[in-house]
Write a protein that binds this ligand. Structure first.
Ligand code: AMP
Length: 134
């Protein structure tokens, strides 16, 4: 971890979260891609024509936890897996959106770091019109 990076002080990782159970194959998922670093599967409640999730193979609560505590190899491997998933989903040409929620204000529901991949049609603005802050 770089010396000047702030430490993440949130609660400990919950090994019983739903994505940990998917990684342990205790519950099923619709798999798209898997390698040593990550697993990609379809979101069970899609919010776009194509909506997938990529999760790292390790106990990380959020983006902040992952980037502070995972090795450079694991971070690089994870983001390469995101790119590979984008290719397999055929989203490269027409475009896609990556999104990661961290914590309460972002509405993070599952406390295992994940990147949403959305695409397959026009996605509109990132934040709805009535939620902009000037
Ligand atoms: P977030 O709000 O960023 O934590 O997003 C959690 C996402 O996980 C939501 O989009 C859910 O629809 C999705 N999700 C929850 N449980 C499952 C599951 N068992 N399989 C696939 N996606 C899930």
């Amino acid at each position: 971890m770089p010396k000047n990076m702030l430490k993440d002080t949130h609660s400990p990782y919950d090994p019983d979260n739903i994505f940990a159970k998917i990684l342990r194959e205790e519950i099923p998922c619709r798999k798209i891609y898997e390698d040593d670093y990550a697993l990609c599967f379809h979101d069970v409640t899609p919010q776009a024509p194509v909506h997938a999730l990529v999760i790292p193979k390790g106990a990380y609560r959020s983006f902040s936890d992952f980037t502070a505590n995972a090795s450079d190899e694991k971070i690089c491997g994870f983001f390469r897996a995101v790119k590979q998933s984008v290719l397999l989903l055929n989203l490269e040409k027409e475009g896609y959106r990556l999104l990661a929620n961290h914590g309460e204000h972002a509405g993070q529901e599952v406390p295992h770091f994940h990147v949403h991949i959305c695409g397959g049609g026009s996605l509109g603005r990132l934040i709805s019109e009535n939620k902009t802050h000037k």
